[in-house]
Design a protein around this ligand. Structure first.
Ligand code: FAD
Length: 283
């Protein structure tokens, strides 16, 4: 477990940095993609897997994962589901609106450990948003990795996020990209795979000794996936997952996101499986 980061002297960790909404795009009926730019023109300075605390002036703030690679400059993306007060207000905003962000916070995906490995990247539902930052990073630095598998599952075709990206990833040479939905509608407009994301693993050729699995999705996805990965011979030490917890401060002060002795906002949200599997309520 790396040491927790401490605030820099020059910048208050409580002060949001002002940023401007460049564009808003519908992803699904309940999720939108927000493209933002810091008012001072600087890059956010994040690493894939980290999150920011986003605020609408006069309202509350919420943790949201960064959905774009740090190597795509001049903007950053957030994929946001309409859930409650803040996200409903965000969904009503138009380009040009002013927002605030604190961060980036949290422990990212450990890129140094992933370098040189085959990656098995698995997302469920809204989990494709945080994973997209790593996916773009892999695209931008393709020669740093071995085989790249991307497995993604959503409830229905309408719930598939980032459909244009998925189309590109399925057609392109970077990823072995497989997509499934739990249920396909009766209208015949969907001709892709159906079933749970675990089913996509069945006939996948993996080399366990050089594969690292990265999982991001809703809590019910993890147990069956971990069983399936064990069946495939992937060691626990080679499984990294991102956890979501109710969070307030984002900087390890309030304890709201604690999982026993760990704080999800600082020790996570990305963990290696052996760090958390024995903790009550972690999975
Ligand atoms: C590290 C991290 C990264 C996240 N990244 C994203 C992201 O990329 N995109 C996205 O859409 N959302 C993300 N979330 C979830 C988002 O922060 C919550 O949905 C947030 O509460 C929305 O704020 P709100 O004011 O709109 O809703 P609220 O009014 O706070 O809550 C709406 C409902 O969601 C529930 N809720 C709140 N937080 C969570 C949580 N963490 N897990 C489960 N249920 C919760 C509440 O109990 C309530 O029922 C992330 C959360 C964490 C901790």
């Amino acid at each position: 477990m790396p040491p927790r980061s401490s605030p820099t002297k020059t910048q208050s960790i409580y002060a949001p940095r002002p940023c401007r909404l460049l564009s808003v795009t519908d992803l699904t009926p309940q999720e939108k993609l927000f493209r933002l730019q810091l008012n001072d023109g600087s890059d956010l300075g994040h690493r894939p897997g980290q999150f920011v605390q986003v605020s609408v002036p006069g309202l509350t703030e919420a943790p949201i994962s960064v959905a774009s690679s740090p190597d795509r400059h001049g903007f950053f993306d957030l994929g946001i589901r309409r859930a409650g007060r803040l996200t409903t207000a965000l969904h009503a905003l138009q380009p040009g609106a002013q927002l605030g962000v604190r961060g980036p916070f949290g422990r990212p995906f450990q890129l140094e450990t992933l370098t040189g490995k085959d990656l098995l990247l698995i997302a469920g539902g809204c989990g494709l948003a945080p994973l997209r930052s790593l996916l773009q990073y892999c695209e931008d630095h393709r020669n740093r990795f071995g085989v790249l598998h991307l497995l993604y599952g959503a409830r229905s075709p309408a719930d598939l996020m980032f459909k244009e990206d998925l189309h590109d990833w399925q057609k392109g040479a970077c990823f072995n990209c497989r997509v499934t939905v739990d249920h396909s509608p009766a209208d015949g407009c969907y001709d892709g795979a159906t079933g749970l994301v675990t089913g996509l693993l069945d006939d996948l050729d993996l080399v366990p000794g050089r594969t690292v699995a990265v999982l991001v999705g809703p809590p019910p996805m993890y147990r069956p996936l971990l069983d399936a990965l064990e069946h495939k011979g992937i060691a626990k030490e080679s499984i990294m997952l991102s956890l979501e917890r109710m969070m307030r401060c984002g900087i390890g002060k309030c304890g709201h996101c604690s999982i026993e002795h760990l704080l999800c906002c600082q020790d996570g949200p990305v963990f290696w499986l052996p760090e958390i599997e024995h903790l009550r309520g972690a999975l």
